[in-house]
Ligand binder design. Structure first.
Ligand SMILES: [Zn+2]
Ligand SMILES: [Zn+2]
Length: 312
């Protein structure tokens, strides 16, 4: 699974990139969380086909999160008028999509569905489970908690390296059966590996200090969160419902999560990589850093615009 960041800015796009949106790439499908301006163009550049989209999840109705939504839908359905796609978003998303679509004479697929979701709502995109989570923003906003299924599989390559022969017996091993070859017993358990089982919490836009996430303690492998400001703009966080560095660190401690990706960064920091949190990634121990130090046990994954993070 890969997380492709279409953009990492808060508010509006700049020469450094787009506003926040990300594509979760699975082998057979894509899921989009928020649709910034130029979503289509960026996805095309990243070779992510909109025809592979199974679902779009919208966090809230601010333009930096929905500006690219209807153009993307219209393009998808012009290419394939029967495409199946479900859009999940907060109350008001149906009116937003239908109004723009009507005024711009767009056509939607008969297989297109909109589901308005509120915090606590659970849904599945194929075998991937989601729960909408209440954020603390200036408008109604959903974070999303995602769980992918844990799959067991046989590492046949490893078995071959151990001398397992080519032939029909491989199917037995793939079915997790022990296989006797001459005087040698190949135990399925020795070649069984797991894949998936990822638990990711997406929190934006929100003031993490006033977001109740204690139910997720010990249940999050990766936090993907907004961090609009450094700690010197604490009052902006309170006024506009956003987060700064110390809140991200406190949240990681509270939910006992060891991995984080920071996105939705204020324009004032220029390039997303100039964000104080990103700087901290490079200079973990610098005392002149203006925000809260990132503890050693936190593994920060870098969300450069147009970059991706691979989740094993
Ligand atoms: Zn935003
Ligand atoms: Zn917002």
């Amino acid at each position: 699974m890969k997380l492709h960041f279409l953009g990492t800015h808060a508010g509006f796009p700049s020469k450094f990139g787009a506003t926040s949106g990300l594509v979760i790439e699975f082998p057979s499908r894509l899921i989009l969380i928020d649709a910034p301006e130029n979503s289509q163009q960026i996805m095309a550049q990243l070779q992510l086909s909109i025809q592979k989209l199974s679902a779009i999840l919208i966090t809230h109705m601010h333009m930096d999160h929905v500006a690219g939504l209807v153009p993307l839908l219209q393009s998808a359905f012009v290419r394939d008028r029967t495409m199946t796609l479900t859009l999940y978003g907060p109350p008001g998303i149906t009116e937003y999509v239908n109004t723009i679509n009507k005024l711009t004479a767009g056509e939607m697929s008969p297989n297109f569905k909109i589901v308005e979701v509120s915090p606590g709502f659970e849904f599945a995109v194929n075998d991937i489970q989601f729960t909408a989570v209440k954020m603390s923003h200036v408008v109604e906003c959903n974070g999303y908690y995602m769980r992918t299924p844990l799959k067991k599989l046989i590492n046949l390559k490893k078995a071959r390296e151990d001398g397992f022969p080519f032939g029909l017996e491989a199917q037995k091993l793939k079915n997790f059966e022990d296989v006797q070859i001459n005087d040698r017993l190949f135990k399925a358990a020795d070649y069984t590996e797991t894949e998936g089982g990822n638990r990711i919490l997406f929190t934006y836009d929100t003031n993490l200090k006033s977001t109740d996430l204690k139910q997720f303690k010990g249940l999050v492998d990766l936090l993907v969160t907004e961090c609009s400001f450094a700690d010197d703009k604490l009052e902006n966080c309170t006024e506009y419902g956003h987060s700064c560095v110390c809140m991200v660190i406190d949240t990681l401690k509270e939910i006992e999560c060891k991995q984080v990706v920071v996105t939705h960064v204020s324009q004032r920091y220029g390039a997303p990589t100039e964000h104080p949190v990103q700087k901290e990634l490079e200079f973990k121990k610098r005392s002149e850093f203006i925000g809260s130090p990132v503890p050693d046990w936190v593994d920060m994954l870098e969300a450069r615009s147009h970059g991706w993070v691979e989740i094993k």
